[in-house]
Design a protein around this ligand. Structure first.
Ligand code: DC
Length: 226
């Protein structure tokens, strides 16, 4: 693809953003940037260092001395935290339930957004998160907002956990997702909201391939318009 295209995919937790974004990146041979993984990696470090997750100043000092790298490793993307592979560790329950506490701090977001914009500079990218279309890449050529019912999202997380050999409770997953969405939607800095010019896709009844097809359709519309 010769033309530069930036695809922003936002939405609540477990709406299928990263699965879909990875497929789109592969189909279009463009870079995938998982911004949630960046917040997760830093949250893991903050927990390991014993920093109070409410203490914004200590957190930001720690962040300034932290490197987070997203690296393509054949078919998989791996996440390096200060050079160490944390791809699996950042998906743990404790990180999942703490990350929105860290991500609410304005100074943390400011630094992360700067890192994310740099990663996307002069490239075609698909980037997923919560504030990509509204804040990180407000001029993205294609903006998608993925939604799905909380029941469906909890079921997907449950199956994903099962595949990875992690036992979980459906009702508890539902409660945790609701709490995380609540924090992400109600924080003061860059809350999770649909950008005015984003296309909403409800994935509750759709397969991954159907969602991918809808997004590729939007990409083609853009490419033919320009
Ligand atoms: O997409 P995810 O579940 O891996 O994201 C983890 C958390 O990080 C999520 O609770 C909200 C936060 N996040 C954010 O605030 N902004 C982003 N651009 C991406 C993630």
């Amino acid at each position: 693809m010769s033309e530069k295209i930036r695809i922003a995919i936002d939405g609540p937790a477990a709406a299928g953003k990263s699965t879909v974004a990875k497929k789109i990146a592969r189909k279009l041979s463009i870079v995938y940037i998982d911004t949630g993984a960046m917040y997760r990696a830093f949250t893991l470090k903050a927990i390991e260092c014993g920093v109070d997750l409410e203490d914004e100043n200590s957190l930001v000092e720690l962040l300034y001395e932290t490197t987070i790298t997203l690296k393509e490793n054949g078919k998989e993307q791996i996440i390096l935290l200060d050079g160490k592979d944390v791809t699996e560790a950042i998906r743990s329950q404790v990180v999942s339930n703490s990350v929105s506490l860290v991500a609410k701090h304005p100074l943390i977001r400011e630094d992360m957004v700067e890192r994310q914009r740099k990663l996307a500079e002069n490239k075609s990218v698909v980037m997923d998160g919560r504030d990509i279309g509204t804040n990180v890449l407000p001029h993205a050529e294609v903006k998608i907002f993925l939604i799905a019912s909380v029941e469906e999202r909890a079921k997907r997380r449950y199956s994903e956990n099962k595949r990875r050999g992690i036992a979980s409770d459906l009702e508890q997953l539902k409660a945790e997702l609701k709490e995380r969405d609540n924090r992400d939607m109600n924080r003061e800095t860059s809350p999770l909201i649909q950008a005015e010019d984003a296309i909403a896709i409800d994935t509750t009844e759709l397969s991954i391939d159907q969602v991918v097809a809808e997004i590729l359709n939007e990409v083609n519309l853009f490419l033919h318009k320009s």
